[in-house]
Design a binder for this molecule. Structure first.
Ligand code: SDX
Length: 431
């Protein structure tokens, strides 16, 4: 027997019965679609209690701090798989066999170069442009290079789009960094792994040999896995909404990057390092905790809190562990910022304000410390997030378009503007 809920109205209007749907896991949803025809909308600014779609890709349990990609716990994938396997899993729903993985890796490797003309897109920016601005501009420009004759309603065409984006975004990211630095663009090398190739394009120069540090490459690959997808977050919802109109997928991914750039979303990893730099010493932690709690101060503790997690973000726990590994590998185990971050976490997690609001460190709290230790500047931190999240964005975009029932997204509103009024000619208007 399908579970339902009945809306009754205090003015005696006829009740409305609505179906309740239960997924594999998670909060059941009330299917409110019949409400429109009955003369009502629901109202949920910020979508705090709204399910926007059906998806089989990622599951998050905010209370328990769980994160599954296609049913596999993030801890399993982070320590036992690599990013290429996870990209395949997100796109196809199953972990690849050895042969399927090899074919996928070969396809990604052979799509990693950019059209030669795209160099000019980078050169249209000032050298000092923020690398996220460059990444968004170049990714959007890809819509002018790679979408001729593509049919987004053809599954194979969508797979080619996905492979191109997963393959090319690391090149775009590394070249945005090289452009900032005034160094020559470094071309991808197909024999290297995904993370090694990114490090090669970021840190090598034509003047000397470069071999990626295997410990750092493994840590980077794990960080890509942790950032790959996260259900219907702001940037993924942006990609879905843009893509729901049938828009060019490269332009849709650029829109997702724009949303991710915000300091409340993926821009938080850069904001955490700016906060730690400003804090400067553990002795100033109480001052910043006080500011974070002061409602008259717009300051928030960057890297803390989450719309969904009301427990420790499972990714933060893994990234903290990875921090230890990277700092040990670089003989930076006493990195003052890492020590300060851990002390800040300890103090905040003992503070009633954070405990009562269930504010825990999120994925952005520690990632910047690792990136900085690897020699990646803070201006590149959100670029790193966007690089990894491209796999999730294209998987969610693909899932949406594969659903024959999908519709263009078109939310409604609660109108609070002026009632109808007559036009006043300008000569008769008074201030
Ligand atoms: C990401 O959605 C995703 O899945 C995102 C992400 C992904 O993988 O895609 O996980 C990546 O974006 C992680 C979040 C990164 N952002 C930050 O670290 C920025 C700092 N965090 C906050 O701005 C905030 O916690 C949000 C934006 C993350 C969540 O905000 P919500 O859910 O809208 O929560 P809220 O603003 O309603 O806060 C509830 C209360 C408020 O206090 P009261 O009004 O109840 O007194 O908690 C307070 C807030 O003031 N609060 C904070 C705080 N976060 C929330 N107070 C101080 N510092 C903070 N960081």
């Amino acid at each position: 027997m399908k579970k339902t809920v009945t809306l009754t109205f205090s003015d005696g209007s006829p009740p409305i019965e609505l179906p309740i749907e239960q997924g594999t896991y998670g909060t059941p949803v009330i299917d409110i679609r019949p409400l429109g025809a009955k003369g009502y909308f629901t109202h949920d600014p910020g979508f705090t209690a709204t399910s926007s779609c059906t998806s089989a890709i990622t599951y998050i349990d905010g209370e328990q701090g769980l994160l599954y990609y296609r049913g596999y716990p993030i801890e399993e994938l982070a320590y036992k798989a690599d990013h290429m396997e996870v990209c395949y899993l997100l796109l196809h729903g199953e972990l690849p066999t050895a042969a399927q993985k090899q074919a996928f890796v070969d396809s990604i490797s052979h799509h990693s170069m950019l059209h030669d003309q795209m160099e000019n897109v980078f050169r249209g920016f000032r050298r000092s442009a923020h690398p996220m601005a460059v990444m968004i501009g170049v990714t959007g420009a890809m819509s002018a290079f790679y979408h001729e004759g593509m049919d987004i309603f053809d599954a194979r065409h969508r797979e080619i789009v996905a492979h191109r984006l997963i393959a090319k975004i690391p090149t775009v990211a590394a070249w945005a960094y090289k452009f900032n630095e005034g160094q020559p663009f470094i071309y991808p090398r197909n024999r290297l792994s995904y993370a090694e190739n990114f490090m090669h394009m970021m840190f090598s120069t034509p003047c000397e040999d470069y071999e990626p540090n295997p410990v750092l490459a493994r840590a980077l690959d794990r960080i890509f896995i942790l950032h790959a997808d996260h259900e219907q977050n702001a940037s993924t919802s942006t990609v879905r909404l843009a893509g729901s109109s049938g828009a060019n997928p490269y332009a849709c991914i650029a829109a997702g990057m724009a949303s991710l750039w915000g300091p409340l979303h993926g821009g938080a990893n850069e904001a955490v390092l700016k906060m730690l730099d400003e804090m400067g010493d553990v002795s100033r932690i109480p001052e910043f905790i006080k500011r974070a709690k002061d409602k008259s101060d717009s300051f928030r503790l960057m890297g803390f809190g989450h719309r969904v997690y009301k427990n420790m973000d499972p990714r933060a726990r893994i990234i903290r562990q990875t921090c230890y590994e990277v700092l040990d590998a670089l003989d930076l185990r006493d990195d003052p910022q890492f020590r300060m971050a851990m002390e800040l976490e300890r103090i905040a997690l003992e503070d009633e304000y954070f405990i009562s609001r269930k504010l825990y460190p999120n994925v952005d709290f520690y990632s910047g410390i690792i990136f900085r230790a690897m020699g990646i500047p803070s201006s590149m931190f959100t670029v790193m997030f966007a690089l990894a999240r491209t796999a999730g964005w294209v998987a969610q975009w693909n899932e949406m378009l594969a659903d024959p029932a999908h519709k263009i997204g078109r939310p409604r509103q609660l109108y609070t503007g002026p009632a109808r009024r007559e036009f006043v000619p300008i000569g008769e208007r008074t201030a």
